[in-house]
Design a protein around this ligand. Sequence first.
Ligand SMILES: CSC[C@H]1O[C@H](OP(=O)(O)O)[C@H](O)[C@@H]1O
Ligand SMILES: Nc1ncnc2[nH]cnc12
Length: 290
Amino acid sequence: MSKWTLGIIGGSGLYEIDGLEDRREEKLETPWGAPSDALVRGRIGEVDLVFLPRHGKGHRLTPTEVPYRANIAALKAAGVTDILSISACGSLKEEYVPGHFVAADQFIDRTFARDKTFFGTGMVAHVSMAHPVCPRLSELAAEAVEASGATLHRGGTYLAMEGPQFSSLAESKLYRQWGCDVIGMTAMPEAKLAREAELPYAILCMVTDYDCWREETEAVSVTNVLEIMGQNSAIARKAVVKLAERLSGTERTPDPNGTDTCLDYALITSSEARDPDFVEKLQVIAGRAL
Ligand SMILES: CSC[C@H]1O[C@H](OP(=O)(O)O)[C@H](O)[C@@H]1O
Ligand SMILES: Nc1ncnc2[nH]cnc12
């Protein structure tokens, strides 16, 4: 039976998860350097979990400094089958109230100072990002949040900005006009790299603020983000436990959208033109398809 190994990337305010049996820490190096921190491994029921705090313990890394490639490569090397990201975000919609959760399913990538691909000279690949989120994992995560007592919105567009400064009023209004629902600084290129590593990816956004567009509300600041997160990170941690319990003992069938094998249709460089050293470097994330 094929088992689930859940990778959990914890964002701002989520530097640990609960309920892990056989908890142990593992320091890993990848061809793209070290991940944000040691991987925390353990088990809930029959599901293996691998947790990684995105900004490192103590929140040391800015959204630009997060080693996204090393993080995804480390999770892949650890045998993760699916990734759930948990991220703090601002609301761009009246009805997405601080304290609510959003299982976003689309992204607009406005980041510009990050390495966004594992591929390059000697090995070119173009994966599809039409549907960047795994609907199966997203639905399971949504149910786990609801079972933990929080309000959850299914679907939504996440605007990924570079940061680390928050948006100007003009930007915030523009993103609302674009139809975006939430704003954050980290889901890109994380979701793109997960796809390149053939790892289904879903995201739970914890709404912490109304960014700066809402006239009757004070503009976002770290103080109000931390306050709301303090009240809600317990729900996120509870949801992770419920998700693992729900998956425990169930077979992990192949991803319905084909992410497990998406490189079969994405690699374009002919065998003779591939750079052997680069192919070797890619083994950890793309070995199945090379
Ligand atoms: C602490 S407010 C800004 C910070 O919070 C979010 O982090 P994450 O996505 O890792 O939860 C946002 O993206 C910014 O990095
Ligand atoms: N308003 C906001 N903008 C960007 N990232 C955020 N993370 C939490 N709130 C945010």
